[in-house]
Design a protein around this ligand. Structure first.
Ligand code: ADP
Ligand code: MG
Length: 254
């Protein structure tokens, strides 16, 4: 199977006024088309940096990244980035929020708009087009943020801790929701999180990163858990086994 994302010995050192900050060191992994991979690592280890590199917003100091066979040198329309906060603009309606990406790219065409309408319909948001984000629940806002990212029809989604602003209960149902949308739309997804349960409940594989400078500590294939929804996985007998293993790898000391 052809790899849609490939990282080979990627390193990044930031130059800052106070000196150099080594964020990533020797990171290698790959993803097949349609795969859902989570990156988990301690806070500050370099996870967002890794997504910026894949998105073409930063350049590696060493190594290289390929997306769909081409070396990444700049942002590509093949990639959609869903940021940590939903970044919906309060003064804009839901419709003008979800079509913002199209506006920015000068792609606000009837064809694209029809696609967005279809997504809003499919995921239960079509009644809210003229509402403001503050009139929506946390979960619905997250769905809007995802639809905005899907509006430009990227093949790859990069998600940076998309659920971190939600309370625990909302998070469970929203992660279920977002997982099924990504599967249904047949996207390749790379999700960054520091939450072990979230990684196990959503992905096909999990890449565990070390403390900064981040390097790959382990890669887990979730095997038969892949066939279950996030909710079902949390009740599966081997959920705990993966959890304990990753907990150890992250060297969490309490
Ligand atoms: P994470 O997302 O895992 O919490 P980040 O990738 O945001 O970690 O950051 C990794 C390290 O790189 C941190 O020490 C952070 O302070 C530093 N860093 C991130 N962005 C920059 C930047 N633009 N310039 C300098 N240092 C940065
Ligand atoms: Mg981050």
């Amino acid at each position: 199977m052809g790899m849609i994302i490939e990282l080979q010995q990627v390193a990044l050192t930031y130059q800052s006024p106070d000196g150099e900050i080594e964020a990533l060191k020797d990171v290698s992994f790959h993803m097949a088309e349609g795969e859902f991979v989570s990156i988990i690592g301690p806070s500050g280890c370099g996870k967002s940096t890794l997504l910026s590199l894949v998105a073409g917003l930063e350049k590696p100091s060493h190594g290289a990244i390929w997306v769909d066979g081409d070396i990444v040198t700049a942002p590509s329309p093949k990639i959609g980035l869903m940021p940590q906060r939903d970044q919906l603009f309060e003064w804009r309606t839901i419709w003008s929020n979800v079509t913002l990406g199209l506006e920015v790219r000068h792609e606000n065409t009837p064809k694209r708009q029809a696609h967005v309408r279809e997504l809003l319909e499919r995921y239960g948001l079509s009644e809210f087009l003229s509402k403001k984000p503050s009139q929506l629940s946390g979960g619905m806002r997250q769905r809007c943020a995802l639809i905005r990212t899907l509006a430009t029809d990227p093949r790859i989604l990069l998600l940076d801790e998309p659920f971190s602003a939600l309370d625990y209960q909302t998070r469970l149902s929203v992660s279920d929701d977002i997982h099924s949308i990504i599967r249904q739309e047949k996207k390749t997804a790379l999700l960054v999180t520091h939450d072990i349960s979230e990684a196990i409940s959503m992905s096909d594989r999990i890449v565990v990163l070390s403390h900064r400078p981040a390097t790959v500590k382990a890669i887990h294939d979730l095997g038969e858990l892949r066939l279950l929804s996030p909710m079902e996985r949390r009740d599966a007998p081997n959920f705990r086994t993966y959890f304990n293993q990753i907990w150890k790898e992250l060297e969490i000391n309490v």
